[in-house]
Design a protein around this ligand. Structure first.
Ligand code: GTP
Length: 315
């Protein structure tokens, strides 16, 4: 399943960010704590133009805390980067972001200058919720639909921090099919663009591996099926998703799994760990190298073919 993100959007966002960036001291990239790898934008280091970056692992309340800690360690080991886990709805936690900003740029406070920040992140990751909590009032539209933030805003918040809520919307990692499924399961993609069953099957396969106990508990299953499609079938039976003749309505069952996952009913769940990310990146690099090898071999064969003299005409 490929995520639809049109090059036009990417181009516009890049251009807007590049225009605003000279007046920004610190970039705040909001990531989904459940999938920090897939919700990260591959171009942020370029877009930041050398500015320090604070990675906020948002929705930490519904992520698995042991994996969140591993991600924090990973991001904190990167140059010019700091990371903190956050729950956007928790006022006390969100207020502590300003302290992180000051710690990252102590010079500006000494010079009594405010810190100009830009919040970036993929759709539905919680940017507006964070901005509203930081500002202590509703200044940005928040809702559980991707791509609500549209208009540029400059927001002064307490403690010498200025927020620019623009251009904000980034595209996620889309070069990896597994990332596409995880983003879809998390709610980062408009539901109209989704094949629920496909997403649910991938998600069920992942959850069987990572969180078998949570699945057994939530869906009251004594034995878990080995495969995702089997799990969806079992959920359908347990929840009475039956069509005429007693056949399981697997689309309804798939919706139940995705909705309950998104609303946190399955408990705190993360889809990605730093180790997984390294493995996936390696696999992608291998695939790309192989494709490049094939392309070069094809090119060479073409050239050779062109150099071969055609059959000489008989004189
Ligand atoms: P766009 O306008 O699409 O760019 O979205 P956004 O990034 O501004 O996201 P928004 O703030 O609208 O939040 C999206 C959904 O996530 C809303 O339903 C929020 O209530 C929910 N949300 C935001 N932060 C958190 C959090 O820390 N935990 C949980 N559980 N939900 C959150």
């Amino acid at each position: 399943m490929a995520i639809q993100w049109f090059p036009g959007h990417m181009h516009r966002a890049r251009k807007q960010i590049a225009e605003v960036m000279p007046n920004i001291d610190l970039v705040i990239e909001v990531l989904d704590a459940r999938l920090p790898y897939s919700s990260e934008n591959p171009l942020v280091p370029d877009l930041c133009q050398g500015k320090p970056c604070l990675k906020l692992l948002n929705k930490a309340d519904i992520a698995d805390s042991k994996h969140t800690q591993a991600w924090l360690d990973y991001f904190n080991s990167l140059e010019n980067t700091q990371a903190m886990a956050i729950t956007g709805l928790d006022k006390k936690q969100v207020k502590s972001i300003t302290q992180y900003c000051h710690n990252m740029l102590p010079d500006r406070r000494e010079k009594k200058l405010s810190i100009r920040t830009m919040i970036m992140g993929i759709p539905n990751v919680g940017k507006s919720t964070l901005i509203n909590t930081l500002a202590g009032r509703v200044v940005a539209k928040a809702g559980n639909l991707p791509a609500l933030t549209r208009h540029p805003q400059q927001i002064k918040i307490q403690d010498g921090i200025v927020l620019s809520d623009t251009p904000g919307i980034l595209w996620p990692k889309i070069h990896n099919e597994a990332s596409g499924f995880r983003l879809a399961a998390s709610g980062a993609v408009r539901d109209t663009a989704l094949d629920y069953y496909e997403v649910a099957e991938f998600t069920a396969d992942t959850l069987i591996k990572l969180y078998p106990e949570k699945l057994s508990e939530r869906f009251k299953l004594k034995e878990l099926p080995e495969k995702g499609y089997g799990l969806i079938e079992e959920i359908g039976k347990k929840r009475g998703c039956l069509r005429s003749g007693g056949v399981v309505d697997e689309y309804k069952a798939a919706e139940i799994l995705i909705h309950e996952l998104r609303s946190g009913k399955l408990g705190q769940i993360s889809f990605e760990t730093p180790d997984m990310m390294i493995q996936e990146e390696q696999a992608l690099a291998q695939k790309a190298a192989l494709e490049e090898e094939k392309r070069q071999a094809k090119e060479a064969a073409k050239k050779k073919g062109r150099r071969q003299p055609k059959d000489k005409p008989n004189n």
